[in-house]
Design a binder for this molecule. Structure first.
Ligand code: FAD
Length: 459
């Protein structure tokens, strides 16, 4: 069921900047766009730097891939997006969209009205958002930030240059910097005993686009995240055999996968060998031609001179108060979008509202010492629960607690119950029915509640 609606067509005017504070936003993906809007609504002066030739970030699909299929060579020319051609969202559009700009189907034959639309529809939605709030005029396209460093105590020197150009670049001074550069571009790979001598081809999912290059091949795919599940099914349409190696799986699910004659689930890889064999932890082995790493990504801020105030340690960006502000530099440096296993867009919306409130002196942060104590208490709790450092920004079960906390800081209502329930219902379905969860669902009552809620923003 889909209830069509169109957010108001008139371009909403943003107020003229009144405060002298000048803020640089790095990146014009979903996080950068909503951050720009919130900062402007708070009356700040904003420049958004975007290295690509259009807004939308991750959602700007390209068939291009990097020259290094594993994406490990530091000097490679990077491609930002990690989307594959067949990608449909893994969240229903109702709960995925910004809270005050619902992601509803458009009355337009060129648009994708499905509840879990293809990637192009998300890009169109973000472009609608940018147009509606007049954000495009704040964005400098094809402008890459190459360095951000502190000057004059608490001001920032931002060096940028035309993308792909080796010129020295231009320096500008800003009062504050908000980092919105995304974290699905720099591959993380699994360490596999024997891999340096294994003769097959390796590729990271960052550089996966279509199944055709794998036709008639035997592929081992590492990882069982949402992308791993999708890509294994995508490749199975062309490959001779696809073998998923997963760290976690439900008992009784190993072996040939129902509905396929060329897809198997195995425990993790134990080792690989010069003769091309891949051994799994249960002692079984196969002869494979390709290993596809669907093993996730690392945070990466090549432009940021951190001076020890913020460090990147085993994928922990810290210390950060509430995953946003480094206490020593707050509020003049902040990060939007670091937490994962979340509903991203509405979280970006609330994180950036909070930052905008603080930068415009409407909201106060605790003292530096109090923020540091909060971070230390958080790190201790992770240690006590045995959570590895690299999971510091994995929100998992507490994302809604976090969201509601942010909302309270900003004086906004908490997430509506339907959004939370829809998220859980979708996660359950995805797990139980990975092939069909996008087209068969049972949460009609939540859909109705969502659309009732949207009336406020779409009428
Ligand atoms: P990005 O979209 O990555 O944007 C960052 C921007 O910063 C880019 O435009 C980049 O060019 C720019 N940039 C980076 N460095 C610089 C620099 N030095 N100078 C200038 N510009 C720079 N989320 C969902 O809600 N639903 C889904 O179904 C979903 N599916 C996903 C599937 C895949 C395969 C992936 C990888 C992610 C998916 N996500 C999904 C998560 C998605 O990443 C977020 O929804 C969101 O789009 C991230 O937005 P962002 O602005 O933080 O980052």
């Amino acid at each position: 069921m889909a209830i069509a609606g169109t957010p108001s067509r008139t371009i909403r005017q943003l107020p003229m900047s009144v405060a002298p504070r000048h803020v640089a936003v790095i990146g014009a993906g979903a996080a950068g766009l909503v951050t720009a809007r919130e900062l402007r609504l708070a009356g700040l002066s904003v420049v958004v730097f975007e290295q690509g030739d259009q807004v939308g970030g991750t959602w700007v699909y390209t068939p291009r891939v990097e020259s290094d299929p594993m994406g490990l060579r530091p000097m490679r020319a990077t491609v930002h997006t990690s989307l594959y051609r067949s990608l449909r969202t893994n969240l229903p559009r109702e709960c995925m969209g910004f809270r005050d700009y619902p992601f509803v189907p458009r009355d337009d034959p060129d648009r994708d009205p499905r509840r879990f639309p293809g990637h192009r529809e998300v890009l169109m939605y973000l472009k609608d958002f940018a147009r509606e709030f007049g954000i495009a005029q704040l964005v400098r396209l094809e402008t890459e930030v190459v360095r951000v460093g502190l000057v004059e105590g608490s001001k920032w020197k931002v060096k940028s240059r035309k993308s792909g150009n080796d010129e020295a670049g231009v320096d500008e001074i800003f009062d504050a910097v908000v980092v919105c550069n995304g974290h699905f571009t720099e591959p993380r790979v699994a360490e596999i005993p024997g891999i340096s001598k294994w003769p097959g081809k390796q590729i990271h999912s960052h550089n996966y686009r279509v199944p055709e290059p794998f036709r008639d091949q035997i592929v081992v795919l590492i990882g069982s995240s949402a992308s791993g599940v999708d890509i294994s099914r995508d490749i199975a349409t062309a490959a001779k055999e696809v073998h998923i190696a997963a760290r976690t799986f439900v008992d009784g699910t190993l072996g040939k996968q129902a509905g396929y004659d060329n897809l198997w689930l195995h425990p993790m890889i134990e080792s690989v060998h010069e003769d091309g064999t891949v051994y799994f932890l249960d002692g079984r082995f196969i002869l494979a031609e390709v290993i596809l790493h669907c093993t996730g990504y690392k945070y990466h801020f090549p432009f940021l001179e951190m001076d020890g105030f913020v460090t990147l340690d085993d994928n922990r960006v810290g210390p950060l108060y509430k995953h946003i502000f480094p206490p020593v530099l707050a509020p003049w440096l902040s990060f939007v979008g670091l937490p994962w296993k979340v509903i991203p867009f509405p979280m970006f919306e609330l994180q950036s509202k909070w930052i905008a409130g603080v930068l415009s002196d409407r909201l106060m942060l605790p003292s530096q010492q109090e923020m540091m104590e909060d971070v230390e208490a958080f790190y201790s709790s992770l240690e006590v629960s045995g959570t590895p450092k690299r999971y510091t920004h994995n929100m998992g079960d507490y994302q809604f607690e976090y969201i509601d906390w942010l909302a309270a800081q900003c004086g906004c209502p908490a997430h509506k119950e339907w959004r939370k329930e829809m998220y859980y219902s979708c996660s359950k379905n995805r797990y139980a029915r990975p092939e069909s969860y996008r087209d068969e669902w049972e949460d009609h009552h939540l859909l109705l509640q969502a659309h009732e809620d949207f009336m406020e923003h779409t009428s």
